[in-house]
Design a protein around this ligand. Structure first.
Ligand code: SF4
Length: 944
């Protein structure tokens, strides 16, 4: 009988010889990661349990970061174009030649007319630095990708309550009892939301998902509302109507913390119609309930009257609240009236409103914690309304998105659920009133810096970036009458405007990490033509194009000069409080990336390259008095740059000995201190300052102490945005600056200072009988834009993308598994594989975004499924609306902020015979890097 021999297994093999803690960059969440190293190579990645963002959680993208750093698509050296633009034919050159070429192009432009440089960056996380470079250069033409992403969300939040969702704030995950999530794709704020949802599920809190598509977060919602795209604002205002009608409004909250009691000129014939009544020092006035006299909003002991009425100089003034009540009690917003449009029954709308009211007012939370408000009034407890909300691009990427996002904030505020226990909480440095942000600057002087920061929050027509004739000064027409509050610029219009020379031609286009010739543009085929278009002299209409990317994306082929970036593990970065920080509601925080491996190619971190270019161009701030480079590289800048005395890119470990938080002299060992601390720094907010941040004087003082502000800046929420009314007055012919005739009506119709809903523009100008179906894209949990679908591990999750059709369209057209469809909009057609999905609004089709790749790009082989069965919806979305009667074409954007209206698209769907590959199948590019190993055909069984 043989004796069983226990095998001698090593159950605890040594898996690393070192762990290096840094920050993930496989999406924009910025989780902490532990990178396990063996013999100097990355072996695997796990989540950092101590990190405030992810607390150890790691998503599929995060762990697949290892394939990003070994990707065959990585660029290897600087390159100059040697074939026609778009062909992908390049020659490798030295860094010296590359930088000489760039300076040779940039220097004369700066000396002659700096606005002829358009410098736009994509999803980078160093915007406080890149904007500083552009400001020193002197061009007004700078922005990042917010204009085609979610500026409606950010701007609506800042203008209404000093902050929005995601990087600005979060639900009180530990206390909220009812959570509503609107239009959120799974890749944004990914791990923090997953952790938060886990907490809600554990406590049995209810989750309501509002989204035409039921995937990801919506799939685990207790209640899913498959809303009709573009009608979220109408649905929300119907909830507001129902709450007003039932009297379920937190009046005390409105009195104390919002401008609801402000008195407004209510005489339509008055020149100050719709503006606040103010005292001599300019403070808005309220009517005091006790004295029945008008007094400044912030006077000590004042008891504002929500129902205030006041006559002065023959003009009637009404409180904001009275105007709100009149507007939202209108039957136009009743559930019965809106039901058909939004695709939700009146009964369901009423039941959601009543659930919100019940939880907010009957399940009140009380924390026995004293605090003091900015009026000096002491409170012995904190009262919470445990209802919270989160929203993202789904509700904002519409031409009515700004007002829709405003409507959601209105709903939050009338329930009294912002900055209270159980509600929505801001993350430092937010909240910050719109007037505390910079205003945009656009004064161009040859050879000199711009007169101030490019982007900001305008407060009226006087702040627009227009010339004396009213024409836009910026190439993207941001801050013009076409879209006055374009707080993030309009990156999606830059190529189109530069191509048409409207408002003027440019000389150099300089872009970073923005795949504009593919998934980051509307009308992709059109953009490729614009980038290669030539004038009568056979010169490119956009004469010079510099581009920086780490990978051979589709955009690389369109550049004349390539400055290759590193991967995220090969460089220094800072996730700064000056930029898009990683704070939590209870703590300020920031973090770094550092080179856990050294590049094995001739590549350099883009930020270090910009510093080098800045020094070669002798830009102010980039050179010492003797003209030498001021910073050796980006790490040197991170440590030694001071934006204000004592305040630099990193807030932690400041001061010579590294023991100061927020403010302090530069610490030469700061980066090592971050590395020793796991890659991040965190500073907790004191207990008494944790809630009511805009009004809590202890929070305000704490924020000043750590350098978030220079003085306490309490403010009230702007339910009514007075600057918007100033635009309406201008459009009605009042004031020095007035819009052109053709824009007056648009401004009056869209820029209402109280949230409204209007039909998306695409639906107004499209024959909805011919194109009856809504078409959307959303990003999958496992991919972040185009970065993921070239990653060898992530390609196995989404190797191609079908168009998902709802049951009704599927059955009406007799579709079967493996079928294909022709999807047509007013801008053309695509041929795509289809799949059935029943958890979908019955009048909507959708697909994953940015899976489809152009052949030859990203070092994929010619027969990669991403290029043959993956596709972009972008081809059939136009960046312009159809010509109007006067022949003019307007941007397909929100008229207030200029946000690209991706999700307004209307299409028709027709069954076609099975195709070999998607159409359009864009001609192959020559790859500047060699493809990797063989491609595996993923997911074929799904379509055959
Ligand atoms: S959520 Fe984003 S940042 Fe976090 S691990 Fe995943 S990819 Fe990385």
């Amino acid at each position: 009988m043989s004796k069983f021999v226990q095998p001698n297994l090593n159950l605890n093999p040594k898996i690393n010889d070192e762990i290096r803690k840094t920050t993930c960059y496989m999406c924009a969440c910025r989780c902490g990661i532990n990178v396990h190293m063996q013999s100097g190579k990355v072996k695997y990645i796990e989540g950092n349990k101590d990190h405030p963002v992810n607390q150890g959680v790691l998503c599929a993208k995060g762990s697949a970061g290892i394939m990003q750093i070994y990707s065959p698509a990585r660029l290897r050296a600087p390159m100059k174009r040697i074939g026609p633009r778009g062909s992908g034919a390049f020659e490798e050159i030295t860094w010296e030649e590359a930088l000489d070429t760039a300076v040779g192009w940039l220097k004369p432009v700066r000396e002659d007319d700096p606005k002829k440089l358009a410098f736009f960056t994509g999803r980078d996380q160093s915007q406080s630095f890149t904007s500083w470079w552009a400001q020193a250069y002197g061009t007004p033409n700078y922005a990042a990708h917010g204009g085609f992403c979610s500026v409606n969300m950010a701007a609506a939040g800042i203008y209404t309550m000093g902050g929005a969702f995601w990087e600005f704030g979060q639900p009180d995950w530990d206390r909220t009892k009812l959570f509503m999530i609107f239009g959120v794709a799974e890749d944004h704020d990914s791990n923090p939301i997953k952790i938060g949802l886990g907490k809600l599920k554990k406590r049995g809190a209810k989750i309501i998902g509002v989204n035409p598509v039921r995937t990801g977060y919506n799939a685990i919602a207790d209640d899913w509302i498959g809303i009709t795209p573009g009608t979220d604002g109408l649905f929300i205002l119907s909830l507001v109507h129902t709450l007003f009608k039932a009297g379920k409004i937190d009046l005390e909250y409105l009195v104390r913390y919002t401008n609801a009691p402000y008195l407004i000129d209510s005489d339509p014939k008055s020149k100050t119609y719709g503006l606040f009544l103010r005292d001599e020092s300019g403070e808005p006035l309220i009517l005091d309930r006790k004295t029945r006299k008008v007094t400044a909003w912030n006077s000590k002991g004042a008891r504002p009257d929500l129902a205030g009425r006041y006559r002065k100089g023959g003009v009637s003034h009404l409180s904001v609240f009275q105007i709100m009540a009149e507007r939202y009690l209108s039957e136009d917003y009743s559930p019965e009236i809106v039901s058909k449009k939004v695709g939700i029954s009146a009964k369901r709308i009423k039941s959601i409103a009543s659930e919100l009211a019940r939880v907010a007012f009957e399940e009140e939370i009380v924390i026995e914690q004293a605090w003091t408000d900015f009026r000096g009034e002491k409170h012995d407890k904190m009262i919470g309304r445990p209802v919270s909300f989160h929203a993202m691009r789904g509700i904002s990427a519409h031409s009515n998105g700004f007002q829709t996002c405003r409507s959601l904030h209105l709903l939050q505020i009338i329930l009294g659920s912002v900055e209270v226990p159980g509600g929505f909480r801001f993350k430092p440095p937010y909240p910050k009133h719109s007037s505390s942000h910079p205003k945009p600057h656009c004064k161009v002087t040859a050879g000199e810096p711009l007169d101030g920061p490019h982007l900001g929050y305008i407060q009226g027509p006087e702040d627009l970036c227009i010339d004396d004739d009213g024409k836009p000064i910026r190439i993207d027409k941001a801050y013009s009458w076409e879209n006055p509050m374009s707080a993030h610029g309009l990156m999606h219009m830059v190529i189109s405007n530069a191509y048409s020379g409207d408002p003027y031609p440019i000389d150099v286009m300089f872009m970073y990490m923005a795949n504009m010739s593919w998934n980051s543009s509307m009308n992709t085929s059109g953009v490729m033509e614009m980038l290669t278009a030539k004038d009568d002299n056979d010169e490119y209409k956009i004469p010079k194009l510099i581009y920086s990317d780490a990978y051979s994306s589709e955009m690389v082929a369109y550049a004349d000069l390539i400055l290759p970036d590193t991967t995220y593990m090969e460089r220094h970065d800072c996730i700064s409080l000056l930029d898009r920080p990683i704070c939590e509601a209870e703590a300020a925080a920031d973090s770094i990336r550092w080179p856990v491996i050294e590049p094995d190619r001739e590549v350099r971190g883009f930020q270090s390259v910009l510093l080098d270019l800045g020094a070669r161009l002798k830009l102010p701030g980039f050179v010492t008095d003797s003209g030498d480079p001021k910073y050796k590289d980006y790490a040197d800048y991170i440590v030694n740059h001071e934006r204000r005395p004592g305040v630099g890119p990193l807030a932690g470990f400041r001061g010579k000995s590294g023991d100061l938080d927020g403010r302090g002299e530069p610490n030469p060992n700061q980066i090592q201190a971050y590395i020793d601390n796991g890659g991040f720094w965190q500073k907790h907010i004191p207990e008494s300052a944790q809630f009511y941040k805009p009004w809590n004087i202890e929070y305000q003082d704490w924020a000043v102490e750590i350098g978030l502000f220079d003085k306490a800046s309490p403010f009230l929420f702007d339910l009514y945005i007075e600057p918007m009314q100033k635009f309406i007055l201008a459009a009605r012919g009042i004031g020095k600056r007035q819009p052109p005739e053709y824009l007056r009506k648009q401004i009056i119709d869209s820029m209402d200072p109280l949230p409204i809903w209007y039909q998306p523009f695409e639906e107004q100008v499209t024959d909805c009988e011919e194109f009856p179906v809504h078409a959307l894209t959303q990003r999958p949990m496992a991919m972040y834009h185009s970065w993921g679908s070239q990653n060898a591990w992530l390609r196995q999750i989404h190797g191609y993308n079908p168009m998902y059709l709802p049951k009704k369209i599927w059955e009406d057209n007799n579709f079967k598994k493996g079928d294909w469809a022709l999807v047509t909009s007013r801008n053309g057609s695509i041929k795509v594989p289809v799949a059935r999905m029943d958890a979908l609004n019955e009048n909507t089709i959708w697909t994953w975004n940015a899976i489809g790749k152009r052949r030859g790009a990203w070092a994929l082989s010619e027969n990669a499924t991403e290029s043959n069965k993956g596709f972009l919806l972008n081809h059939i979305i136009h960046e312009l609306l159809p010509p109007r009667k006067d022949g003019m074409r307007w941007s397909n954007s929100d008229p207030i902020t200029g946000q690209a209206a991706w999700f307004d698209l209307k299409v028709k769907v027709e069954k076609i015979s099975k195709e070999e590959h998607v159409a359009p199948l864009v001609q192959s590019q020559t790859s500047p890097v060699k493809p990797g190993l063989i491609d595996v055909k993923y997911g074929e069984d799904f379509i055959d």
